[in-house]
Design a protein around this ligand. Sequence first.
Ligand code: ADP
Ligand code: MG
Length: 361
Amino acid sequence: MERMVIVIVICCPNALGLAVPFVVAKSTALSAKNGLLIKNRTAFENSRKITTLVFDKTGTLTIGKFEVSKVVSLQNGLSENELIRIASALEQNSEHPIATGILQKVKDLKIQVPATENFNAITGKGVEAIVEGKKVKVVSPGFLKENNIPFPVNFKTDAAETIVFVIIDNALAGYIALSDEIRPESAEAIQELKKNHIKSILLTGDNKNVAATVSNTLGMDSFIAEVLPHQKLEKIKDLQSNGEFVAMTGDGVNDAPALAQADIGIAVGSGSDIAAETAGIILVNSNPKDIVNLILFGKATYRKMVQNLMWATGYNVIALPLAAGVLYNQGIILSPAAGAALMSVSTIVVAINASMLKIKR
Ligand code: ADP
Ligand code: MG
């Protein structure tokens, strides 16, 4: 009767049942406090398996706050202010950081933004609409190449600048150069990833010059420029079929398909709602360094779970036979009180171990 009672007491699987939930509770609280919003726990626990991290550029590695640095008109009789005025008409309908930059400039110049008709966003390439009876497009350099529109003669810009061309009634009317700043934490984040043997790849819809500058400045492994949203998705698939465990970080509507395809989708908090909706993890503070924290913390959390399971199992493996009386011949026998104490201790050990989980920063 006594043996039976002790075995049942020991069997009561408190520690075993609580080993993982304790760690989950602690790690959820810690990550939320540190700006990591975990929507998908499996994604978080898998973060220790990441071999390649794909970054979107604008808004992710850079601040995503474009400032107009140059406005150039290519037509006689078309002033620079007139060029940006017409471009701004289209941009008032767009949520792209380029649009915000252009609108800010127009506001600073105290120019009235005209109305548009038939607005259309050309995915990953630009925008088009009718302004004051004219067909206007504001587009990427890639769009010019695709449509065999020659670049202006003597066209030369700063390598770090994003360029958008303004086309009015099918004629190239001018261009606007914008610059964005790399987030101060980005370089450190890439270095940390290197230390942890994780490859970093830049994937952007912006032009090659800008992509190369950002990628080289940060010391990334490679870059792919002028990609359209569906190509971002294809690229993730390619990496996955090469056996990589891929995490994707992005902020834009154009990143959403890639975020969904990646093994782990990480959205930058300052980005669009669709990106946040699709991703498994959100970086509340929009800090790329948090990605490294996330990976290290994912590893630490997993280790704690394994430790706790080992503790709890070990306790049962030893205590159960003892309770059943296997060492009765040697005179070792567990009293019901000792059994109850042991059971509590095992739960306390597991709880203390879980509470020692920390985020390294
Ligand atoms: P990213 O990968 O940097 O987020 P996107 O796919 O959003 O890039 O955009 C790619 C390119 O398309 C931009 O660099 C720009 O040349 C052009 N583009 C996109 N949206 C706009 C817009 N609203 N106005 C002007 N150009 C745009
Ligand atoms: Mg972006």
